[in-house]
Ligand binder design. Structure first.
Ligand code: ADP
Ligand code: MG
Length: 290
């Protein structure tokens, strides 16, 4: 594994060296039906830099999926703004690709290779030749080169997840958006996919916004975690989690960090950083102190 400390130290010493890819600035999101208005998030702010593994963590219903859909361009904020590379997001685009939880979204009549090529061709991002090359390149990255001509129904859940990730990465988006991508998998496969995602990130260095309601998954997958309060989602704190991975599961520092996040998420009496609302700042974790 590469040394994550190096990247983090560089971040602290030279923030300017890190491009901000995504800026979410005091974003409020609502659903309006004939009967009522549901506020999903309230003035949520965060920034994602290039090659961040940025996790949105919060209880079910706190607006994580809604935030992701807003970043993807499917929902327009009622307040605040969303900037990608400094440009306001207006609708969906090939620079933001979403990986959902349901992998049965892979059309069953297309082979794995055709499935990965499809968005590249449909969006006219590249021609057929280049699409095929990219498809094989990213299938190789996720360890599925040998399955390029297989059909989705012959694959396990974990393999379908890897196809969905290859398909998203082949688009070479500015940011990959993942909404609880491993939630439908069994526990062991889920662990395995978390590790594969980190390994893939070590290799490709994509930028990812990853949504989960699992504290453990957030600590394992993320280098930064934004904690959202229960409905409507507001920023509780930001946690630096770059030091954690599957290797730290069960360790004392990991447990402490998990307990601390649990308190920040659910304990109303826990003092919230006064600036967390306006501008989230990293909260020093036990791991960083040691
Ligand atoms: P999460 O992904 O964190 O579980 P969601 O973003 O799905 O939360 O939902 C946030 C809030 O918005 C919830 O209270 C949910 O009930 C509400 N909500 C989600 N989708 C819709 C919709 N299509 N219409 C009305 N309310 C919705
Ligand atoms: Mg959700």
């Amino acid at each position: 594994m590469n040394n994550p400390m190096q990247g983090y130290a560089a971040r602290l010493h030279d923030r300017a060296a890190f491009d901000t890819v995504l800026e979410v600035d005091r974003v409020s999101l609502e659903y309006r039906t004939a009967q009522r208005v549901v506020r999903a998030t309230h003035e949520v702010s965060f920034e994602i830099d290039r090659a961040d593994r940025f996790v949105l963590l919060g209880p079910s219903g706190c607006g994580k999926s809604t935030l992701l859909k807003a970043v993807a361009g499917f929902i327009e904020p009622v307040g605040g703004r969303i900037l990608l590379d400094g440009q306001a997001v207006r609708g969906p685009g090939p620079d933001r690709i979403v990986v959902f939880q349901e992998f049965d979204q892979l059309p069953p009549w297309k082979t794995v290779r055709q499935n990965v090529m499809f968005p590249l061709l449909a969006s006219r991002t590249v021609g057929r030749r280049e699409a095929e090359q990219r498809a094989l390149h990213y299938l190789d990255k996720v360890g599925l080169a040998a399955f390029a001509d297989a059909y989705p129904h012959t694959l396990s859940g974990g393999m379908k997840a890897r196809v969905a990730i290859a398909r998203a990465l082949a688009m070479q988006p500015r940011i990959l958006l993942m909404d609880e991508p491993f939630a439908a998998l069994d526990a062991l496969t889920r662990r395995k996919m978390q590790q594969e995602l980190i390994d893939l990130w070590d290799d490709v260095r994509f930028t990812v916004l990853f949504v989960t309601h699992s504290i453990e998954e957030a600590l394992v997958v993320g280098n930064r975690i934004l904690l959202l309060s229960p409905h409507p989602g507001r920023v509780r704190a930001e946690i630096d989690s770059h030091a954690f991975g599957l290797h730290s599961l069960g360790g004392a520092t990991f447990q402490q960090a998990a307990q601390r996040i649990h308190r920040l998420l659910f304990d109303e009496t826990d003092a919230v950083h006064p600036q967390a609302q306006a501008r989230p700042r990293p909260v020093p974790s036990q791991a960083r102190a040691s």
